[in-house]
Design a protein around this ligand. Sequence first.
Ligand SMILES: [Zn+2]
Length: 269
Amino acid sequence: MRSMNLLIDASLPLLVDCRLLFSYKKETLYANHLNKMNPILRSIHDFISLLYPKLCLACSDNLPPFDELICLKCQYQLPKTGYHLTKENPFTEKFWGRVPIQTGASMYYFTVGSRMQQLIHQLKYEHKPEIGYKLGKLYGLQLKKQPHFQHIDAVVPVPLHPKKRHIRGYNQAEAFGDGLAEGLEVSHYPNALYRKVFTETQTKKSREERLENVFQAFAVAQADRLKGQHILLVDDVLTTGATLEACATKILEIEGAKVSLATIAIASD
Ligand SMILES: [Zn+2]
């Protein structure tokens, strides 16, 4: 046991050095870096992985030391949209003629059976709000570099139905918003909007009635905070956009408020 501890003590600084070596453009280098690694470092890496077999939440492979939740290979390979690079893009086009937003973007494409679907599933149903936070922080740092996202004052998540929130224990959009606000270095108002409680079932209603219900479902709780602010309204996955449209419309009723949108993923049509 003593010799094992000594080996770990001796190997950690080497691994840290190795990490620094590969931290430069690490996303592009990572795919090949294990193969290029010095054999001694590689053995130490494998040995430590055996002791702490944490798994990547996207691909279920062993998570390399120092990677958190999602391996760098997955972070590199998950299908990025790049929508945030332009003010007008396929995401913002979905809202044309519906609600006047400043800009908007999704981080990734969402397709059935993909690693992205696995991540979203765990974020929503397997008590992993940390996935939302991590992706939010990563995206916030990227959005901050774009001129059209630099005037955001605060992040507001789409609220979850109180019953769902109670069962789940958290709001996944809020976890994403929390990370985004930190990456963008702006305020986060998780309780600015709320969802009204409906008792009647939605299933027997027509499509129009359900849509109308979505518009009636949300209300602003903290109008004073949002007055004159440019709000980044966030949700997990963009599908029809009805929820984001309803929430954005409510925020835009507040004097001087502007709205941009962001989601973790966008469902393909
Ligand atoms: Zn992975």
